[in-house]
Design a protein around this ligand. Structure first.
Ligand code: ADP
Ligand code: MG
Length: 733
């Protein structure tokens, strides 16, 4: 806010200085922006200020040189353009200028001076009248003729007698006419010329320059009065002048503008603005830049200072900005003010650039084209006048810019005021928030008038509208574009769902059952809004919320149920329990949502483990086959073994009995032998010996020797291998 005005004013003044327009204060720039009437001084301002002598008429036998010398004597202290002209001409002719005193300058009239006995008065007719100098009939005729010729007569009188007339003529500055034309284009309503010169000359110059009004033969104080009259008529007046006689008028005008080159020091001092290069065609620029400066100031204040800050405060209060953001925004708004002001430095340069010129040219060409089209059309129909409407609308827009802006602003305000109107449809309900807060108001179907944003905000909801949250998969809005992934005719559980509109979400769908089987679950939850207020304030992404709640409930329930149950009889219960669990969670959050149903759409082993799953089930099958086989085998073998056992037992019993019988038989025989021995011991002894020998030597090679025939013999026994020789007797052996 602090930068808004000075930055723009400095930039505006800087831009003008570049084109030779020196604005002395910001106040002058401000006053300039409101000017609608421009007043020109004539001599030296609207005219070039370089008059030429067109005629010299001498009376009383004087020569031209004498007349010039006389005039120069009085003019030597004057800064007036006529004085410069006369002095210049005198010097050019190499004439001496006598020393003089008692100089008197009568602004708007002329000058007077004394040298010894000479008293010289130079000026216009009113100067002469003021000094009671009589104009002879002859002189009067000359004056009339000179004026008719378009010159301004300068009368030279010495000691109360007119000695001659020098007629001077100043031509229009080359840019005056264009400058005045541009001023009108810039919206200046009235252009006036005020001059101390003769009416006739002034009128002709005024006509040439194209001004509205010429007031001639004015004294300095009359110029001031003229300005005052214009101001009283409601005009904001800028006065442009060069001479001392203009200084009071410059001071009176709303803006005083001095010519920097032709202007006298006091005029330059008095003025608010100085045209340092005397270029009148800088005046339209001055007006445009001063207006642009105030537009920029307004933008700076309203948009960059106030609006940015108000929006920032709102944004901060809604938490969009933290302290760092606020600090940055503050600096940025200051920067924007400065940058926006700097725009002024380049004012008008775009128009002069190649693009700017081309655009202007196009604009004009478009106008011409339309004019042609219009001519053509006018031959056919009287109704349509494109070009006329183009031109008139363009001019109309330029003329009515203010009111157009006003109406546009008014309609914008009206639009804003009525922006709260809303129509609620038959299946809708709406929640009203005031400054973001709950009001508890619910709008029923129909037309409603509410206060505009940001006071009130209306949010429509469709409570009857059932929505679906998908778990474990998503249905995409459009099918994948790849041809080989076209939508299948039907989805089957054991098909890899890679194409179509089906998108798998493995991280959601994969769950573990109670018996540690991995399964893939696709479910949908149907829900609707039950409490619009709660919903609006507590829930942002209802589908996500429900998905999370349902997924965790499903995981929990399935984790406690066996695979078979999930796939078969437990399914309905899981759906029911999930619904209850999700609803409980939603109520806890006050989400304003109602779960209508949970449906397990597709439950199956994970696609990745289908093969393994099949292997497992065939292994199970094989296992039971093997068990059956083993059991059958066992049953058979047990019976077999049992039979065998019984047989063995029977056999053993038989053996026992036979052994016992045999033993009993042996015992009986032994007992009989014992009895027999008792009866006939010798026989029995021999027999026993023989029997014993028979038994001992059974199966061995025997040599029977008759002891009575051979007596005692020495025997040598060699075993089969022939190594060991065991000595002994036969008896011994
Ligand atoms: P303008 O108002 O057009 O600038 P001035 O007020 O400067 O003209 O002068 C008005 C008239 O007064 C001039 O046309 C001239 O006749 C006369 N006048 C003013 N100053 C002088 C002067 N120094 N010498 C001769 N005539 C002068
Ligand atoms: Mg002047």
């Amino acid at each position: 806010l602090i930068l808004a005005t000075p930055a723009a004013v400095v930039a505006g003044i800087g831009r003008l200085a570049r084109d030779g327009v020196l604005v002395k204060s910001g106040a002058a720039l401000e006053a300039m922006a409101k000017v609608d009437c421009v007043v020109f001084d004539k001599t030296g301002t609207i005219t070039a200020g370089r008059p030429v002598i067109v005629n010299m008429t001498c009376f009383n036998g004087h020569s031209e040189n004498e007349l010039l010398q006389m005039a120069a004597l009085a003019e030597q202290r004057s800064e007036h353009v006529i004085a410069q002209l006369i002095l210049g001409e005198t010097r050019l002719r190499g004439l001496a200028i006598a020393a003089a005193e008692e100089f008197v300058i009568d602004p708007g009239l002329g000058v007077a001076a004394r040298s010894n006995s000479q008293r010289v008065i130079v000026g216009n007719l009113r100067m002469m009248v003021a000094h009671n100098i009589a104009i002879a009939d002859g002189a009067e005729a000359v004056l009339a003729a000179l004026e008719a010729d378009g010159g301004s007569p300068v009368i030279i009188a010495e000691n109360g007698i007119v000695q001659g007339v020098i007629s001077v003529r100043d031509s229009l500055r080359p840019e005056s006419k264009r400058a005045i034309h541009q001023l009108r284009h810039a919206g200046i309503a009235r252009v006036v010329v005020l001059t101390g010169d003769r009416n006739r000359v002034a009128q002709s110059i005024g006509r040439d320059a194209g001004v509205d009004e010429v007031q001639a033969e004015l004294l300095p104080h009359q110029k001031v009065e003229a300005i005052t009259r214009l101001q009283q008529a409601g005009h904001r007046v800028a006065m442009i002048g060069d001479g001392i006689n203009d200084a009071p008028a410059l001071a009176m005008a709303d803006v005083g503008i001095a010519m920097g080159l032709t202007g006298t020091d006091i005029t330059i001092e008095e003025a608010d603005v100085v045209l340092t290069n005397d270029r009148l065609d800088r005046l339209p620029l001055l007006i445009e830049v001063s207006r642009a400066t105030f537009t920029v100031i307004r933008q700076n204040i309203w948009i960059f200072a106030l609006m940015v800050n108000v929006l920032s405060v709102l944004a901060a209060s809604y938490g969009l900005f933290g302290p760092a953001g606020a600090a940055a925004t503050h600096q940025i708004s200051a920067l924007l003010v400065v940058l926006n002001s700097l725009r002024l430095l380049g004012y008008g340069t775009f128009d002069k650039s190649v693009i700017g010129r081309r655009l202007r040219q196009l604009w004009h060409e478009a106008g011409h084209e339309l004019e042609h089209a219009n001519h053509w059309l006018r031959h056919r129909t009287d109704k349509l006048s494109l070009s006329a409407s183009w031109h008139s609308s363009r001019h109309w827009l330029e003329d009515h810019r203010r009111s157009v802006t006003k109406y546009a602003a008014a309609s914008l305000i009206l639009l804003y005021a009525t922006s709260g109107m809303c129509a609620i449809g038959p299946d809708e309900t709406a929640v009203v928030r005031r400054f973001g807060r709950k009001t508890g108001q619910r709008l029923v179907p129909g037309l409603h008038f509410r206060l505009p944003w940001p006071v009130e905000e209306v949010t429509r909801l469709r409570p009857a509208h059932v929505q679906v949250a998908e778990i474990g998969f998503r249905t995409m809005a459009t099918a994948a574009p790849k041809a080989d992934l076209a939508e299948p005719a039907a989805y089957e559980w054991n098909l890899q769902h890679r194409g179509g509109r089906y998108e798998r979400k493995a991280e959601e769908s994969l769950m573990l059952t109670g018996d540690e089987n991995l399964i893939e679950v696709n479910a949908v939850v149907q829900y609707a809004v039950s409490a619009p207020d709660d919903f609006l304030f507590a829930t942002r992404e209802p589908a996500d919320l429900i998905r999370v709640a349902a997924e965790s409930a499903l995981r929990d329930l399935i984790g406690r149920t066996s695979l078979d149950a999930v796939l078969t009889e437990g399914r309905a219960e899981i759906e029911l329990l999930t619904r209850e669990s999700v609803q409980r969670r939603l109520d806890e959050y006050r989400s304003g949502l109602r779960v209508i149903a949970v449906q397990l759409q597709d439950v199956h082993p994970s696609i990745e483990v289908v093969d393994a799953f099949r292997d497992v089930s065939s292994a199970f099958e094989e296992k039971s086959t093997l068990i059956n086989q083993a059991e059958a085998y066992r049953n058979e073998q047990v019976e077999l073994a049992r039979g065998l056992g019984l047989a063995r037992l029977a056999e053993a019993a038989g053996y026992t009995a036979s052994r016992a019988n045999r033993a009993t038989g042996d015992a009986d025989r032994f007992t009989q032998a014992v009895e027999a021995f008792k009866d006939s011991r010798g026989v029995t002894e021999t027999r026993l010996y023989l029997e014993a020998m028979e038994q001992v030597l059974a199966g061995k090679k025997k040599m029977i020797i008759d002891a009575s025939k051979f007596g005692r013999r020495q025997m040598l026994f060699v075993d089969q291998k022939g190594f060991a020789i065991a000595p002994g007797t036969l008896e011994e052996k």
